[in-house]
Design a protein around this ligand. Structure first.
Ligand code: NSS
Length: 428
């Protein structure tokens, strides 16, 4: 079995020959020896070759980011990072690297232009490991709770989240769009499967260019039959708690490397989330210095102010109907508001989830579609779902990149995703 650095850096292997593959992350050539750090997905280890013992002409040619196989004797060395060192006995070079373009102190644009190389840095690797735990946690949570995983198409004929962020594409002789959300299809599939989820990319032609918008983002969505707004809020809270708990258990090394203060993450796992009506959220914003009127929409800037002093997430509930898409169910007690929620992450991050209860009667749905200036005929199949045995149902969508950004406390969503897509960036 092939071993990684984490598997061999223990007392059991000291004094024995170990074989490792990896990349050279740091190299120092002296008169009598060469030291370098070998890096693999699990960590780094110092390797040394003393010229007086056994000469390796290949060693002298090694460069930063060359890929190699090393065989040598493992010993403890308290001066080396990680506490161990390998004295090289055999060496094989897979690829000798040209001078590596990435050095300390580069600006953001240069780093994202070289994202394919920058990926190898320890910081980016740590973020991607946390991201992996987040995806694992999503699947684990839904599977454990008896959900079916099911997919919807990415080529679609209409909008879910408003026309302004639709990506239009040529689809032979027709117009088509890239999916903004699986939701409308989920509402069809929920009638047979009752508890469903998906994890897939969604697309938005967002020109807002904020620190939290991508044009392609990963969307974890769920839809549940016979569930109301309160039920879906509990499900959201359970999911976020499960994911954050998993990260705290599995990613201590990465959170430490990122210097992430874990107090709030622990709070999130241990304490109930806050719940507030839209109006109370506006009041809270105004207490914190904003001057918002009832009816104002909340964007990145407003949510930053609202959440910057929170230490658990906040459910902002029951928004005015005109602020939300047609599929939200108007509150029977006050139809000027809908049974929706946005989950706002603390520490200034704001919305990570949007969801709520769906319109379940045909007349209201057609009326709401028209009010949004859309043509009900384009949504015939969706209206059908209210013609043939409509049921109460609810769902939500979690922006996974936004969640990773908050968990890692990153300054921009681009850092949270491997190869970010924004209005300005499609390379590499
Ligand atoms: O537009 S949402 O608020 N809601 C929906 O798409 C619903 N149709 C989901 C559902 O009920 N099945 O988007 C959901 C989340 C939102 O809270 C963000 O966290 C994320 O998706 N989102 C984004 N992340 C990154 N970039 C962009 N542009 C983006 N847009 C939404």
């Amino acid at each position: 079995m092939e071993l990684l650095i984490k598997d061999v850096t223990n007392k059991e292997h000291v004094g024995k020959a170990v074989t490792l593959r990896g990349f050279i992350s740091n190299i120092r050539k002296g008169k009598n020896n060469i030291f370098f750090m070998l890096r693999d997905p699990s960590g780094v280890i110092q390797c040394v070759s003393h010229f007086n013992e056994k000469a390796f002409p290949e060693v002298e040619k090694l460069t930063r980011e060359s890929s190699i196989l090393v065989k040598g004797n493992l010993k403890e060395d308290s001066r080396a990072e990680g506490g161990y060192e390998i004295t090289i006995e055999e060496l094989e070079v897979y690829g000798l690297a040209e001078p590596f373009p990435i050095k300390k102190g580069h600006k953001k644009v240069f780093l994202f232009d070289n994202r394919h190389l920058w990926m190898r840095s320890r910081r980016v690797t740590a973020i991607m490991k946390i991201r992996s735990t987040v995806f694992e946690g999503i699947h684990e949570f839904f599977v454990k709770n008896g959900f079916y995983e099911i997919q919807s198409p990415s080529f679609v004929g209409g909008s879910v989240e408003g026309g302004s962020t639709l990506f239009e594409i040529n689809y032979f002789d027709k117009k088509a769009y890239l999916s903004q959300s699986w939701q409308l299809y989920a509402e069809a599939m929920v009638n047979s499967l009752w508890k469903i989820y998906t994890v897939a990319p969604s697309f938005r032609a967002e020109n807002s260019r904020t620190w939290r918008h991508l044009t392609e983002f990963w969307h974890a969505e769920t839809e549940v039959a016979f569930m109301d707004l309160n039920g879906i809020i509990e499900l959201e809270e359970g999911l976020i708690k499960h994911i954050v708990k998993n990260v705290l258990i599995k990613n201590q090394a990465e959170l430490t490397l990122l210097k992430r203060d874990q107090t709030i993450l622990k709070n999130v796992v241990e304490n109930p989330f806050l719940r507030m009506s839209y109006e109370s959220v506006i009041d809270l914003a105004n207490k914190n210095g904003l001057k918002l009127e009832y009816g104002a929409d909340l964007g990145a800037d407003e949510e930053r102010v609202i959440t910057s002093k929170l230490n658990v997430p906040l459910f902002a509930m029951n928004y005015p109907t005109k602020l939300k898409p047609f599929y939200h169910k108007p509150d029977p007690k006050d139809p000027t508001h809908v049974l929706c929620n946005d989950l706002l992450a603390p520490e200034g991050y704001g919305e990570i989830i949007g969801g709520g209860q769906r319109v379940d009667d045909k007349e209201t749905l057609i009326k709401r579609i028209k009010e949004e200036g859309l043509n009900p005929n384009d949504y015939n199949w969706y209206v059908d779902l209210r013609r043939y045995g409509a049921i109460p149902h609810s769902g939500f969508g979690l922006g996974v990149d936004r969640l990773v950004m908050w968990i890692c406390k990153l300054p921009h969503i681009m850092y949270a995703t491997p190869f970010p897509r924004t209005p300005r960036r499609i390379y590499p």
